[in-house]
Ligand binder design. Structure first.
Ligand SMILES: Nc1nc(=O)c2c([nH]1)NC[C@@H]1CN(c3ccc(C(=O)N[C@@H](CCC(=O)O)C(=O)O)cc3)CN21
Ligand SMILES: O=c1ccn([C@H]2C[C@H](O)[C@@H](COP(=O)(O)O)O2)c(=O)[nH]1
Length: 275
């Protein structure tokens, strides 16, 4: 069993056994037939992954490794808010007729701010600090920008990364206000684990721990039978994560620079996504 499988199974059991049902409350998302998408939720779930030990990907079902890297590059490297720059269709429902998701995600990471050292966006600020002042306790991003929320089609879910160097290891906290556990929990963990690996490599550091702090960890009502079946499945050991060691510039990474060796997983399931 991969470590990510164990975290996922324990978290799902805890949500199902001890979670709170939002049925009957005022909720925002809907299923494609127009009915409200209720959840069972737990508040304040914290999962820790030691990236120096194992890559945190689940094997119960396949996590779409290349698609989720494509999305993290779309946000952090291309700093785009347009689905035309994304190779998957996961954001289609939230885009307008021009393909824009509004002033969300990549848009915010691309906004340049005045610092004492000059004009930089949030990503370049992180890369600058890790190079010039790696032991700083002030290295973080935040895309939950209140003044722009009214121009976002979906408010950012994974909204902040805090980077912290301990010795030669790059650790990070991913703060997420809301997480659809079946659709995107391991998807988000894999993408931010890859991000930590990338940023560590271009900063001359090793990847350390990723701490995932989730305020509202929920399983949607129509996902509960799918999750119950999934967590009973056979598991496999984690695959080996490989990243092209020659890339030293964050902006030069492409999806082809990442591979999983020996990734085994259970059969895929069709997951309805609440919009
Ligand atoms: N309800 C909801 N859950 C989410 O996870 C979510 C949203 N809304 N809205 C915005 C984004 C879009 N996200 C998504 C949406 C769909 C998939 C999805 O369909 N994943 C497939 C694989 C897709 C592929 O291979 O490219 C899967 O099987 O997990 C993943 C993330 C995450 N976010
Ligand atoms: O990266 C992501 C993006 C979105 N989600 C999920 C979490 C929620 O189920 C929905 C957003 O709905 P809100 O009502 O705005 O919370 O999307 C995710 O898990 N990961």
């Amino acid at each position: 069993m991969s470590y990510a499988d164990k975290v996922f199974i324990d978290m799902c059991n805890d949500i199902i056994d001890n979670g709170y049902s939002t049925e009957g409350e005022k909720v925002r998302p809907k299923w494609d037939d127009g009915s409200y998408a209720y959840t069972i939720k737990k508040f304040g779930v914290v999962n820790r992954y030691d990236l120096s030990r194992e890559f945190p990907i689940m094997t119960l079902r396949r996590t779409a490794f290349k698609s989720c890297i494509d999305e993290i590059l779309w946000i952090w490297q291309k700093k785009s808010n347009n689905i035309k720059d994304l190779n998957s269709h996961i954001w289609d429902e939230w885009a307008d007729e021009n393909g824009s998701i509004g002033k969300a995600y990549g848009y915010q990471l691309g906004v340049r701010h005045q610092y004492k050292e000059g004009m930089m966006d949030q990503v370049d600020r992180v890369l600058y600090d890790l190079k010039n002042n790696p032991y700083s306790r002030r290295i973080m991003t935040n895309i939950y920008v209140h003044q722009d929320l009214h121009e976002m089609n979906l408010y950012p879910c994974a909204y902040s990364m805090t980077f912290n160097v301990t010795g030669n290891k790059l650790n990070a906290i991913l703060n997420q206000r809301s997480n659809d556990i079946l659709t995107a929990n391991n998807w988000n963990v894999v993408q931010y684990a890859v991000l930590v690996h990338m940023i560590a490599q271009v900063s001359g550091l090793e990847a350390g721990e990723l701490v995932h702090v989730i305020a509202d960890a929920h399983i949607y009502d129509r996902h509960i039978p799918l999750v119950k079946e999934l967590i009973k499945r056979q598991t496999y050991d984690a695959p080996v994560f490989r990243m092209n060691p020659d890339v030293k510039d964050f902006y030069e990474f492409t999806v082809d620079d990442f591979e999983l060796e020996d990734y085994k997983y259970g059969t895929q399931i069709k997951i309805p996504v609440a919009v």
